[in-house]
Design a protein around this ligand. Structure first.
Ligand code: TRP
Length: 469
């Protein structure tokens, strides 16, 4: 953060909080920038790559309904709690939680919630950069016209060719990782603000265009039915669990990412309103992605449940057919990479800020060392698709186990810690003042969801994972 912004830092929180923060911390220059950054974090591969493919694997409508329910009753309340902790604690997630625990006279061990989140973020990054690398690899492939006139089989063959080429995967994945680390090393605020201003609207418009194309060229009616008419017989306990895990993933929860961004949020901005808008933008992008992809899936006789390759096989068929498809396709994958990078930045920020503020390690050094470890971990994800495809950890490849471990265990665990801390450790008065829900009735709804609804829901999920229910 820059010096000029340390002026703004003088306007923050209570005295005990102020003594904990480093003098050089800055703030987002406006509520709009926070909204962009938080939306940039939330909108990413989770919406465009993961949401369609897990929806396809889990039978469509009923899964979407549970996912939307999780966003509304668990995701949004938790999102508000995270931003609130960040803004009042004014530090990296672990530091912010410690500051607030100190203020409330509670144990400093609560900060475990913060650094566990940073750790979870690193595990996610290790496979996230690999998928972002797929998108990056697809920029030249699409621009060069490889998909022109390709049918489903040809498109699938091109995707397989990528997965079985470790060198290409490593190259593109490393490029994404390097760019992320460069931006995080330089300090998140300025570069991000500039990039996001044109990127988020651009991605949105491209997606709308794709939905339009899919409505004309694809089987739109069947896609709408698949996505929005629930067939509850397709819903298993496992898929409900996945829906919850994905609600966490898509809103960037349970890893301290939103705490880290909240810590740069100016006072006076309504946390409640801004969080609602972020969740709305995120959910719309996911649903649009679904509406763009499934019409093409059905029209081309593809299998909705075909797994992580779904968009990489489906969309190129459309780009290969539509007028100017090479160009639009190339642009789409560029936007997808940018959306992914604005997410990877938020995945790294909690850990890097923690190393920097807690141990006094410079951002540059923190980025270089963690970047190196991450790079090695990402190799394991790359090899999951080729050399090491047969090695299994708990019955899954390394790539799948990282996804499973983080989405189903670590993020919900981080979320549970966060809601317990906010709902049961912090004083109601402090929270009420901070969150900015003006209407007393709505505050009660949120407060009760946070204190009772969310912990019970997450608890049920853990029990079902362990096999108790
Ligand atoms: N929300 C992002 C997506 O949907 C991924 C992401 C970014 C994330 N930051 C996070 C997930 C923090 C969990 C925690 O692509």
């Amino acid at each position: 953060m820059t010096e000029k912004s340390s002026l703004a830092a003088g306007t923050l929180g209570g005295a005990s909080v102020r003594t904990q923060q480093s003098a050089a911390r800055g703030l987002w220059s406006s509520r709009w920038v926070f909204f962009l950054a938080a939306t940039g974090s939330a909108v990413g591969l989770g919406n465009i790559w993961k949401f369609p493919y897990i929806t396809g694997e889990n039978g469509g409508g009923a899964f979407v309904l549970v996912y939307l329910g999780c966003i509304l009753t668990i995701g949004i309340p938790l999102l508000m709690a995270e931003v609130l902790i960040g803004r009042r604690g004014r530090q990296n997630p672990a530091g912010a939680v410690a500051n607030l625990a100190r203020e409330a006279g509670a144990s400093l061990h609560w900060r475990t919630v913060g650094w566990l989140g940073g750790f979870t973020g690193f595990l996610i990054l290790s496979f996230y950069v690999v998928v972002a690398g797929w998108a990056l690899a697809y920029v030249p492939t699409t621009l060069s016209g490889s998909f022109t006139g390709a049918d489903a089989a040809a498109s699938a063959a091109l995707f397989d060719a990528l997965l079985t080429d470790p060198l290409r995967l490593v190259l593109y994945g490393s490029a994404v990782l390097a760019v992320t680390m460069l931006i995080v090393g330089l300090g998140v605020r300025d570069g991000l603000e500039r990039a996001l201003r044109f990127m988020m609207p651009g991605l949105f418009i491209l997606l709308l265009g794709l939905v339009g194309y899919a409505a004309v060229a694809g089987d739109f009616a069947r896609a709408v039915e698949f996505l929005f008419v629930p067939d509850f017989s397709a819903l298993s306990a496992e898929s409900m669990l996945l829906a919850l895990g994905h609600a966490f993933f898509t809103l960037s929860l349970g890893c301290g990412a939103m705490m880290a961004y909240g810590s740069y949020l100016p006072k006076g901005v309504s946390i409640a309103k801004t969080s609602l808008l972020v969740a709305l933008a995120d959910t719309s992008v996911a649903l649009l992605a679904g509406l763009a992809i499934f019409p093409l899936v059905f029209a081309n006789g593809l299998e909705p449940g075909s797994g992580p390759g779904l968009i990489f096989v489906t969309l190129p068929i459309a780009f290969g057919q539509m007028p100017l498809g090479q160009l639009f396709g190339g642009l789409f994958f560029v936007m997808l990479v940018l959306a992914a990078v604005s997410s990877t930045i938020s995945l790294s920020e909690p850990g890097i800020a923690w190393l920097n503020e807690r141990f006094g390690i410079s951002r540059a050094k923190a980025v270089l060392t963690t970047g190196a470890v991450l790079w090695l971990l990402s190799l394991a994800s790359v090899f999951s698709f080729n050399h090491w495809a047969d090695y299994q950890l708990f019955g899954r490849t390394f790539f799948d186990s990282m996804d499973y471990l983080t989405a189903n265990w670590l993020m919900p665990l981080g979320g549970l810690g966060t809601v317990l801390f906010t709902g049961w450790v912090l004083k109601e008065k402090v929270v009420r003042e901070a969150v900015g829900i003006v209407h007393p009735g709505w505050f009660r709804v949120w407060w009760n969801l946070l204190r009772f609804g969310t912990p019970v829901a997450i608890g049920l999920v853990f029990f079902s994972l362990i096999g108790v229910i």
